[in-house]
Design a protein around this ligand. Structure first.
Ligand code: SAH
Ligand code: SF4
Ligand code: F3S
Length: 435
């Protein structure tokens, strides 16, 4: 048996792709190794959302390229979002790479591996999606199974590379998704997270049309006790029907991830987001008024081209006013091909971006702590995700996605336990099991 090591950078979609790669490679007699130096094949799933993630990918293959000098049989596969963009050009920069695999060619991997094993060097980044084969998945062990339901994006926010790396929106066939969910449940997974760059766009391109609410109902009707989540939602795609569905279905958790990006109307327009702050607030208020204890998380960018101090402060204001439970934050990073990257004259200086990001993070911490404190004294159901034997602690999540640490001497991974929340920290809660 040959050994393969896969390094995965970037978002959950890349992690999900890695599980499919392992699955396909297993059928070609590769076993998974956690030790890159032992591997016969090295694969990197790259991310290009920010310059830093792209740089990481190049520096990693640089190291692997050096290994190859003393081990010419070593195969190196450059996959994911940077690969999709780089294509043939990658060979000039990294001549030691054997295969450049675009995001939409994932399922072609078995054929391509055979070719590189025969000594060919191959680029496959054509945007026409390759027919999928989802029966071969080797999931990372745990309680949560990630299941992509749609891929790609049609929104073209002016800062974002994703539409160029993941192509146009494509929904997966409902039968495929439901079979994957059934299989994951049979394997013992207790939580299903439906994944998509714009998960609420699910089904618009299918014949007949379907939507996310419909899919949630199909999955909710499967037997057994398990939870269902879905990420990421584009604000204005959250329909009244979807909110009603979350309320109505017992397995669907009280959790929405709705990136706002900025709290300032002018900046939102420049970002090509299709809402203003008032609209986002209305969506958020509506969800909160109808779903008690719902968690709403968001993403923000600090230092978008042209952002003034006053406009940045609108973002801070928005974060507190809406009492967002948690936010991912980042400093703006110009991405090749995107519209905003061309506004060089408007770039915010690096030191200002860094300072704004620090303030945004400070604000985020305060929001998280405030959100967590609401739950002290409350009883909540936790799905246990791991046991830290050395500390006698189990950790897991509530339905509304709060992390809880619980003193316990037994490994209860995969079980649902009822706990009383005893205290709140910034990033997690502490609780005790109710006997
Ligand atoms: N589809 C989701 C976001 C996917 S990208 C949405 O519509 O919101 C994940 C996050 O990366 C984005 O929400 C954004 O906050 C961040 N991001 C994207 N491009 C970026 C860039 N050029 N610089 C900094 N952050 C960026
Ligand atoms: Fe990027 Fe915007 Fe698409 Fe999200 S909606 S993936 S931020 S282009
Ligand atoms: Fe990165 Fe591609 Fe995901 S750019 S964030 S790996 S879709």
């Amino acid at each position: 048996m040959k050994k393969v090591y896969i390094e995965t950078l970037g978002c959950q979609m890349n992690k999900s792709d890695a599980e499919r790669m392992y699955g396909m490679l297993e059928h070609l007699d590769y076993t998974q190794t956690e030790e890159p130096r032992e591997a016969d094949m090295l694969v990197i799933n790259t991310c290009s959302i920010r310059q830093l993630s792209e740089d990481k990918a190049y520096s990693q293959i640089g190291v692997w390229g050096k290994w190859k000098k003393s081990r010419p049989d070593l195969k190196i596969v450059f996959a994911g979002c940077v690969a999709q963009q780089a294509g043939e050009k990658l060979f000039r920069r990294a001549p030691y790479v054997d295969l450049v695999l675009g995001t939409q060619r994932l399922y072609e991997l078995p054929e391509l591996v055979k070719r590189i094993e025969n000594g060919e060097r191959v680029v496959s980044v054509e945007e026409k999606p390759y027919k999928e084969n989802s029966t071969q998945i080797k999931r990372v062990k745990g309680v949560n199974a990630w299941i992509p339901i749609m891929e790609g994006c049609n929104n073209f926010c002016t800062y974002c590379i994703v539409p160029y790396t993941r192509g146009r929106e494509r929904s997966r066939a409902p039968e495929l998704i439901i079979n994957e969910v059934k299989k994951a449940l049979e394997e013992g997974f207790k939580e299903i997270t439906l994944l998509g760059q714009n998960v609420d766009s699910y089904g618009k391109d299918l014949e007949p049309h379907q939507n996310l609410s419909w899919l949630l109902r199909q999955i909710n009707s499967l037997d057994g006790k398990f939870r269902i989540r879905f990420v990421t939602s584009y604000p204005t795609d959250i329909t009244e029907e979807l909110i009603n569905t979350v309320i109505e279905l017992d397995k669907v958790c009280e959790y929405f991830h709705i990136p706002m990006q900025s709290g300032d109307d002018y900046i939102l327009k420049k970002m090509n987001r299709r809402y203003d702050y008032a609209t986002y607030k209305q969506i958020c208020d509506n969800i909160r008024s109808r779903i008690p204890d719902v968690t709403i998380t968001s993403d923000f960018i600090a230092g978008f081209p042209g952002e003034t101090e006053e406009q940045f402060q609108n973002t801070l204001k928005a974060m507190s006013e809406l009492e967002l439970d948690y936010s991912n934050t980042a400093a703006y990073s110009p991405r090749e091909k995107t519209v905003a990257a061309k506004w060089v004259d408007l770039y915010v200086p690096e030191d200002v971006k860094t300072e704004r990001l620090a303030r945004l993070n400070e604000h985020n911490r305060a929001c998280c702590l405030k959100s967590n404190q609401k739950y002290v004294g409350r009883e909540m159901e936790v799905l246990v995700e791991k046991f830290e034997e050395d500390k006698n602690i189990i950790t897991g999540r509530t339905r509304n996605n709060k992390i809880v640490h619980i003193p316990c001497e037994k490994d209860l991974t995969g079980e649902f336990v009822n706990v009383t929340i005893t205290s709140a920290r910034t990033w997690y809660l502490r609780g005790e099991i109710i006997n």
